[in-house]
Design a protein around this ligand. Structure first.
Ligand SMILES: Cc1cc2nc3c(=O)[nH]c(=O)nc-3n(C[C@H](O)[C@H](O)[C@H](O)COP(=O)(O)O)c2cc1C
Length: 400
């Protein structure tokens, strides 16, 4: 049965940028940098493929703004120095050559407490010194002057992204990374002016707007809630305070403490124990004990996968804010995509795992060849981000 998908192919305008359709490739770590965070040729090929096949816009995987803000994934891209502008420009040019109509946004991030000193070779800082139960890393509370440096690092990163030819950026304020640590009452127990969790985000946005001007849209990704007390009212409140500085907001969920709640779906434990640097070197016996005793406890906190799992929150937010809202999380069926946009539940949708197994999904939707994603939420794509493997779909039957 064919579905009328015209609504999905109506443009979304952000400042001077036209997103030609409503189906965006959500930020996805690609594992396509060298060990020093320089993007490699594979990334240009991937973006060219997505662009050629009509992705509405492409948001890069999270890029670190400074070595201190680097994640534990070994092949994460960076935008922490001017030398990276040229290789990023080559990536952008390759995608633009494939399809000049596809806007590219660089996602910029600081991990805060969600990293390991072993990888960053820097002190690990956070909004407070509260450790993340997943990383179990000692964390130092940021001082006022250290916060100023981080604001500047975000601004330099945005300016570099603009110089590299990106159409805009996305600030990663979700998933428990530094900005989320300030927004969440669980991790922000400060008593200075930064106790106002939105202030850091506001100052970053204001400085980027001043330096990059209005012809460089800023997207924002936020977790609407998390497992530790941040709730949707907090998030609506935050957006209302910064919406004059932001061009669209993407609504996700959770932190890395229970990372599976961000993506939902299967938990391939044996592969995690084999590839994740947090566990892979543990003695066999410890892994066995962990599997027996801790796994059940962890899994009891995991929310089961359902389609469109952040949509209700995105819709609630959409009704209260004045900027475009992008829904992400478990969006798999064309009927749902049409319904979301038709009923103004969100202004656009973004997909991550479906684009990994089918980079051509937008052109297939246009041709009526795609009704639902082949993604089975096995999450192997996500688990292997912790290895040096490049991003790919591991499920049988996947196209690439
Ligand atoms: C392999 C993989 C890599 C991801 N990398 C990022 C990232 O770099 N930045 C980010 O904000 N979210 C990242 N995410 C989360 C996705 O952007 C998205 O929010 C989540 O997967 C839900 O969307 P989906 O159901 O369409 O996959 C990643 C998810 C996966 C599975």
């Amino acid at each position: 049965m064919s579905v009328d998908t015209d609504i999905l192919f109506s443009p979304l305008i952000l400042q001077n940028i036209t997103i030609p359709n409503r189906i965006i490739r959500s930020a996805t770590y690609e594992g396509m940098a060298d060990a020093n965070g320089y993007p490699q040729q594979g990334l240009g090929n991937l973006y060219a493929d997505l662009a050629q096949n009509g992705a509405g816009a492409i948001i890069t995987g999270f890029c670190y703004i400074s070595k201190q803000g680097r994640a534990m994934q070994p092949r994460q891209c960076g935008i922490d120095n001017d030398d990276k502008i040229k290789p990023w420009n080559a990536v952008v040019n390759q995608a633009k050559k494939a399809n000049p109509q596809t806007p590219l946004f660089m996602q910029i991030a600081h991990t805060g407490r969600q990293t390991l000193k072993k990888f960053t070779r820097e002190t690990v800082f956070g909004a407070s010194n509260k450790k993340c139960i997943y990383f179990r890393q000692k964390v130092k509370t940021l001082t006022e002057s250290e916060i100023s440096i981080i604001i500047n690092d975000f601004v330099y990163a945005a300016v570099r992204a603009k110089k590299a030819g990106f159409d805009g950026i996305q600030i990663h304020g979700a998933h428990g990374y530094l900005i989320h640590q300030f927004l969440s009452p669980y991790t922000n127990n400060r008593t200075d002016k930064w106790a106002d969790g939105t202030l850091l985000l506001k100052e970053i946005l204001e400085s980027i707007k001043q330096n990059c001007r209005d012809d460089f849209p800023i997207l924002l990704k936020l977790s609407h809630s998390d497992d530790r007390g941040l709730n949707i009212r907090d998030t609506i409140n935050t957006i209302m305070q910064i919406e004059h500085l932001t061009d669209a907001v993407e609504i996700s969920y959770g932190t890395m403490e229970y990372a599976l709640n961000i993506i939902r779906g299967d938990c391939p434990v044996d592969v995690i124990l084999q590839v994740n640097p947090m566990f892979k070197n543990l003695p066999k016996i410890i892994k066995k004990i962990g599997k027996t005793f801790f796994l059940q406890k962890y899994l009891s906190k995991i929310i089961p996968y359902i389609n469109n799992y952040n949509l209700d929150a995105a819709t609630k937010i959409n009704r209260q804010v004045n900027i475009p809202v992008i829904a992400v999380g478990g969006i798999r069926n064309v009927n749902d995509m049409v319904d979301i946009t038709n009923q103004h539940k969100a202004d656009a949708i973004s997909l991550c795992r479906p684009f990994i197994c089918e980079p051509d999904l937008v052109s297939n939707i246009r041709q009526g060849l795609y009704l639902k994603s082949k993604c089975i939420n096995c999450n192997l794509c996500s688990i292997y981000c912790d290895s040096t493997n490049q991003l790919k779909c591991y499920a049988a039957g996947a196209k690439k």
